[in-house]
Design a protein around this ligand. Structure first.
Ligand SMILES: Cc1ncc(C[n+]2csc(CCOP(=O)(O)OP(=O)(O)O)c2C)c(N)n1
Ligand SMILES: [Mg+2]
Length: 551
């Protein structure tokens, strides 16, 4: 490597070094020269239909691979991506957004350059609110450091960062990359020791204890540490909805999704009745807490996440989640009252599903059927609405193979996120559940699946509109124009589609979709407009009360 390089090449080097294999986006004149560098790199550029699609796809990619990247043009592209970036911020997904920008020299000559909003830094300022680091590479001396800082913060905090590259800086000369400093985060020894000792004493003294695991376990790559804790202590474990599948849902100690009164009663009782509740890697959102139907007694709670450890009513700062889990595993399995591994026999056989050929499809029966449709190669991607609530009861076979925007709840996530998820993991086949409303927002990204030879199986839960909202507050605004979703393969000139109304038709569609591996499948599942999962009904009532809309 020579001692100098260019800013564009420096950035490419760092992206490759961070392990990125794919970059999602749409070019524009302000970013075209950087696009040429991307095309010449080891990374593959995935051109999507919209920048929002690129953002969701890059987010899905990040959730599976540990880092994602979208590259777009100035403002018109950057702001199109913004909603997906906001979701990645809210749900802690490590995403790098690279945007082109007008050249510094042309800015000096003229003010009214196309795509400018207010001033040349407006997009940067907007992005500052939804990222943990942001930089405009306007000085060749500082650019390498700015790039390194952004990538480091993205990986350290698992949240989006923004890098803006004026087009005349792509070829500006800068210092060549040095070895990237390791991303460190050491716990302060005394708070760590104290927090571990206090948590261990509380759990050992309790007659019953339970673990509630959240999405950070996956984001920070702590699944092995969590499994070690679970195995060595024999503690039962539940997961939050956002963290669904952080542990294999077929694990004998796994008791289900906990989401207050919205979820299954069996999981609720185990969690809420425990004398010690160990919450690991969760940020408990209103949805995770079943819209505050959760009854988690703070006096019995130990909550550790990437930001702090909270025991009962006090906090410990500077304690790393990984260190806390490892320390606690040691402390719980040694000394007096050491916990021991337990052998739990759990019947992992699925209840056989017997389709009734003439029976109209319902959400509840649909998801019951889907349980045995999933296999080791499935990655479930659920959009919001009943696609998410209904799939909460699915049993995911391995860790991490369930993606959904369960906190930020942006409609339109699932189809593009599935494309992002499969881009680098062609061994996985996405099973996508998406509402008809959400599909109308980003469903055209199936075109991207065709373009790159990906083969998700997409189920459009066609309940003729915004059913989630119907349960909160009904009005004419919840009706949508009905599309013939299953005819999309004709427009896209590839793919297989069909519509189903009964359980018998669904069975036939499932077989064909699985065998149609060469491209996507889309199944238009007709449902009654007021049909819903139990979880949605309960959620709707609660949200309606909160919004002051219930009669
Ligand atoms: C981008 C976006 N716009 C609006 C909303 C508000 N919203 C929440 S649920 C919902 C309806 C979802 O409809 P659909 O995708 O058909 O799923 P269903 O509720 O029918 O299962 C809407 C509009 C949202 N969450 N995200
Ligand atoms: Mg709908």
């Amino acid at each position: 490597m020579p001692k100098t390089t260019t800013i564009g090449k420096y950035l490419i080097h760092r992206l490759e070094e961070a392990g990125l294999g794919h970059v999602f986006g749409i070019p524009g004149d302000y970013v075209l020269s950087f696009y040429d560098l991307l095309v010449a790199s080891k990374m593959k550029v995935i051109g999507t239909c919209t920048e929002l699609g690129a953002g969701f796809a890059a987010d899905g990619y990040a959730r599976v691979n540990g880092l994602g990247c979208a590259c777009v043009t100035y403002s018109v592209g950057g702001l199109n991506t913004l909603n997906a970036v906001a979701g990645a911020y809210a749900e802690k997904s490590p995403l790098i957004v690279i945007s082109g920008a007008p050249g510094l020299r042309e800015r000096a000559k003229a003010q009214l350059l196309h795509h400018k909003i207010r001033d040349f830094h407006t997009q940067l300022q907007i992005y500052e609110k939804v990222t943990v680091a942001s930089a405009a590479l306007e000085d060749a001396h500082t650019a390498p450091r700015q790039i390194d800082e952004c990538i480091t913060e993205c990986l350290r905090q698992k949240r989006p960062v923004y890098i803006e590259l004026p087009r005349d800086m792509v070829d500006a000369s800068c210092s060549a990359p040095e070895p990237m400093p390791p991303i460190t985060g050491a716990s302060a020894p005394k708070p760590l020791k104290e927090a571990v000792a206090e948590a261990a004493a509380m759990i050992k003294a309790a007659k019953s204890a339970v673990i509630l695991a959240g999405v950070e376990i996956h984001r920070f790559d702590l699944q092995d540490h969590l499994l070690d804790l679970v195995h060595k202590t024999g503690l039962p474990i539940a997961a939050t909805l956002l963290g669904k599948s952080v542990i294999s849902e077929r694990h004998p100690q796994y008791v289900g999704i906990y989401e207050g009164a919205m979820g299954k009663e069996s999981a609720r009782l185990i969690v809420e009745k425990a004398e010690a509740i160990l919450i690991l890697g969760a940020f408990l959102t209103d949805i995770d807490l079943g819209i505050y139907t959760a009854q988690l007694d703070e006096a019995r709670t130990i909550a550790a996440n990437s930001e702090r450890v909270t025991i009962k009513h006090h906090h410990f700062e500077a304690v790393q989640l990984a260190d806390f889990i490892k320390g606690l595993t040691r402390a719980l399995t040694t000394g007096k009252k050491a916990l021991k591994p337990t052998r739990i026999k759990r019947n992992l056989e699925l209840k056989p599903f017997r389709p009734q050929a003439k029976k109209p499809c319902t959400v509840a029966r649909f998801f019951e059927r889907m349980n045995s449709y999933l296999d080791e190669s499935s990655i479930v991607v659920a959009d919001i609405g009943d696609s998410l609530f209904g799939s909460a009861d699915l049993t995911i076979h391995r860790g991490t193979e369930f993606l959904s925007p369960a906190y930020y709840t942006a409609m339109g996530f699932a189809v593009p996120a599935a494309i992002g998820a499969q881009a680098n993991r062609t061994d996985l086949r996405p099973i996508v559940f998406v509402g008809d409303g959400a599909f109308q927002m980003t469903g055209m990204e199936l075109s991207t699946a065709v373009k790159y030879g990906l083969n998700p199986i997409v189920f459009v839960l066609n309940n003729k509109g915004y059913t989630t909202e119907r349960y909160i507050h009904e009005g004419p605004y919840n009706d949508i124009h009905e599309w013939a979703y299953h005819l999309l393969p004709q427009i896209l000139r590839k793919g297989w589609g069909c519509e189903v109304r009964t359980e018998g038709e669904l069975e036939e569609a499932l077989v064909t979709a699985k065998s149609h591996t060469q491209s996507f499948s889309i199944i238009n599942v007709h449902l009654d407009k007021m049909d819903r999962s139990k979880a949605l009904e309960r959620l709707g009532k609660k949200l309606s009360q909160q919004a002051g809309l219930s009669k």
